[in-house]
Ligand binder design. Structure first.
Ligand code: SF4
Ligand code: URA
Length: 205
């Protein structure tokens, strides 16, 4: 049994919040146990709830495209959400649901130890860049321990707002460089959470 199987089983049976009673399938997330890059979305939607797999609808297709543009395949990366069960009608997850589900994500990160974590949209951004504005900090990164975190828009938002498509593309272009940085300069000691000013804008050119 793989390291992640135990947690996947727990999520599949979980009823720690009301979403556990309305979902069809829980969506723990998927990808290799040693993935170097992790993407964290918001919550499963209609298709994800049907299939028990993350990002398989329209935003998933766009995510696949974005990955392909930077030479990554879905099978190379770990893809999950802050909330593992679909909120009815795709409403926003509620604070108590986010809180109840958070330990699963923390355990996944602890097991996988990704080098780069990319938050997609404001709910996952809020966990690692608390109080930040996504329009202001998207594409910026910070280190927490030996992991580099970068926030960008949710692919669904970019699909709704064509002007954000190029922005999210540009943010994704930074991922290979961030991965290189994380590998070359691992930081072992835990760092205090930097404030907004300390987020770093990576310059590629
Ligand atoms: Fe459990 Fe998370 Fe599903 Fe709520 S959303 S039932 S906490 S797995
Ligand atoms: N949107 C998300 O945030 N996550 C999914 O898995 C699918 C759509």
């Amino acid at each position: 049994m793989g390291k992640l199987d135990q947690i996947n089983d727990e999520i599949a049976r979980c009823r720690k919040c009301r979403l556990g009673y309305s979902r069809t399938h829980a969506v723990p997330g998927e990808g290799p146990e040693d993935a170097e890059v992790m993407f964290i979305g918001e919550a499963p939607g209609f298709h994800e709830d049907r299939q028990g797999r993350p990002f398989v609808g329209a935003s998933g297709h766009f995510l696949d495209e974005l990955l392909e543009e930077i030479g990554l395949k879905r099978e190379d990366v770990f893809i999950t959400n802050v909330v593992k069960c679909r909120p009815p009608g795709n409403r926003d997850p509620k604070p108590d649901e986010l809180k109840a589900c958070a330990p699963y994500l923390e355990r996944q990160i602890e097991m996988i130890k990704p080098k780069v974590i990319v938050t997609l949209g404001r709910f996952s951004m809020e966990r690692y860049f608390p109080g930040a504005s996504i329009t202001r900090i998207h594409g910026n990164h910070k280190r927490i321990g030996s992991t580099i975190y970068m926030a960008t828009f949710h692919p669904a938002a970019a699909l709704r707002q064509p002007k954000w498509r190029d922005t999210i593309r540009d943010d994704f272009q930074k991922i290979p460089e961030l991965l290189k940085m994380a590998k070359e300069h691992p930081v072992e000691e835990e760092q205090s959470t930097p404030d907004d000013e300390k987020y770093t804008q990576l310059r590629l050119f």
